[in-house]
Design a binder for this molecule. Structure first.
Ligand code: FEO
Length: 162
């Protein structure tokens, strides 16, 4: 059985993951409006992944007999003007999510809640990957995506994400 503290942190994390999904959908819409359909598709897939993360935590809560009320999801931040802006915000956001996961991990460790600790291992790895991908995207954008042909090619590449 989960402690009240861990339960609350996990429920909040469901909200944070769904918010991430909402944020990436907002970014996808920004790119779609600019006609950058590869970027738009990449961020829509990212949004779908975030919803999956939220569901994974929700399922864990159920498995542990914790079913708590879900909180409202905030409106996504970001009044973007340039294609690089969502990329920078994505990296900053993923760093925040990593910090949130670390807080839960630390709390689980302090309580001797090894099951939650092990459950979170997947998220620790996933966050490392998410930060790495967000940074790689910024670097690629810097290298070839700023304008014209380079941007076209990068958009095409991002559109291939499965
Ligand atoms: Fe599920 Fe990108 O954090």
């Amino acid at each position: 059985m989960l402690s009240k503290k861990i339960e609350k942190l996990l429920v909040d994390q469901v909200n944070a993951e769904l918010y991430s999904g909402y944020l990436y959908l907002h970014m996808a819409d920004f790119y779609a409006e600019k006609g950058l359909m590869g970027f738009a598709s990449w961020f829509k897939k990212q949004a779908e992944e975030e919803v999956e993360h939220g569901l994974k935590i929700r399922d864990y809560l159920h498995q542990e007999n914790s079913v708590l009320p879900l909180a409202p999801i905030a409106a996504p931040e970001g009044d973007f003007k340039e294609p690089k802006e969502p990329l920078l915000l994505q990296l900053a956001h993923e760093k925040k999510v990593t910090a949130l996961i670390n807080v839960i991990y630390k709390a689980a460790r302090e309580e001797g809640d090894y099951r939650t600790e092990r459950f979170l291992d997947w998220f620790i790895d996933e966050q490392a990957e998410e930060e790495e991908n967000a940074l790689a995207l910024i670097e690629k954008f810097e290298l070839l995506g700023k304008e014209g042909q380079g941007l076209y090619l990068l958009d095409k590449e991002l559109g291939k994400r499965e």
